[in-house]
Design a protein around this ligand. Sequence first.
Ligand code: GLC
Ligand code: MG
Length: 469
Amino acid sequence: MLPSLTLQFLCYSSPFQRTHCLSTTTTTTSATSAAVCQSESSLRKTMDRLTENARLMIVSDLDHTMVDHHDPENLSLLRFNALWEANYRSNSLLVFSTGRSPTLYKELRKEKPMLTPDITIMSVGTEITYGNSMEPDNGWLDFLNQKWDRNIVSEETSKITELTLQSETEQRPHKLSFYVQKDKAEDIMRSLSSCLKERGLDVKIIYSGGMDLDILPQGAGKGQALAYLHEKFKAEGKLPKNTLVCGDSGNDAELFTIPDVHGVMVSNAMEELLQWHAIYAKNNPKIIHAKERCASGIIQAIGHFNLGPGISPRDVSDLSDSKLENFDPAYEVVKFYLFYERWRLAEIEKSELYMANMKAVCSKSGILVHPSGIEKHLHDCVDSLRACYGDKRGQPFRVWVDQVLPVQVGSDAWLVKFKKWEQSGGERVCCLTTALLSSKDVTVADGLTWVHVHQTWLNEASCNAGWLF
Ligand code: GLC
Ligand code: MG
């Protein structure tokens, strides 16, 4: 394929618009005006959680980037999760940027052990939401209304028989999506672009995954949405110290054009993205093509660019041996539940030493308020765990924690809130957990002591008779 055609193939619009889509300067400027007039309290909460500029902002695509659909055990995702919660959650920002609509995004979250992002960008950068409640950024929606009329797009596309409409859920206020055969895509994009221009619209047409064709307002797209977020953070003096963008397909290309970002194309990236990179970004040392697939490629990039800790606790076989300089409650929580998973899977030796260690890290008078409401001594819980050695051996059993957020409540005490997930076969349960951890009378090498744990089912359906802690 000729270089000039590759670009058009990926993201076709008029020459001016094409520059707009890929030139970093224009991207930032156009996003600014909309960014400045925004001040949502939901975004404020996201910003206020960080006491200083985020150490790292990861902006990752989901399908075939964060989520590996060819990895039924989700091992690379779980490796990333452990690394993020142990080392980044409290000082960094996790942003998911997906082509999926809110409906399909929520379905994916039910299928895969995904973390909760701080910001969710959906429908190819046309919808931005903040926090757990996914509060929409209405200013972004207003901005996208410029030179956009979905009825006209709908009218014009209905005349093209080669375009097959995607499911109803994927048709959004600022996104119309179709399937089109690879060999027809380029011509259709070219003719659509000029006819919509004649009708007074300014659109962006993106081809991804060798089959999906999205039509969006010109100002939309994953890259533009990121530029808009950067502007907002900058306006508050909270621009992240580093941003790492991660992707695998056509609609991710513009992420790599945002100024100053580091980028990783995962090893399994699609031809369309690799071709775009070969032509437009080959000499940019801040973009790598990872050797590893999906989330493992993201971990590889963190290490490659030196963006912070790069070893997932899941890759540490003897966790009792891990060296820390300071007490780290988030790391402690991740470590605790990794041990718990390994014990039940019999992936570690059945040694009384481990049980003695568990008892040592649980305060003698410590209590667990079990999600059923019953109070138990932490030491009795450890005894129950002893009896469960290997009870999940060879089974699809996984444990992960999400949104581990410690707050220091005294000179030697931390209150850590997190969601603890446990998946056994097809069943998946979660408890909102609050744990009081103390560093009183222990050294960093001993780790922190668990003083009190309180758990609540995330929802009724979570109630599970076999829940230990
Ligand atoms: C996701 C969306 C789809 C879109 C594609 C490429 O698969 O569900 O509507 O066309 O991403 O952006
Ligand atoms: Mg993808």
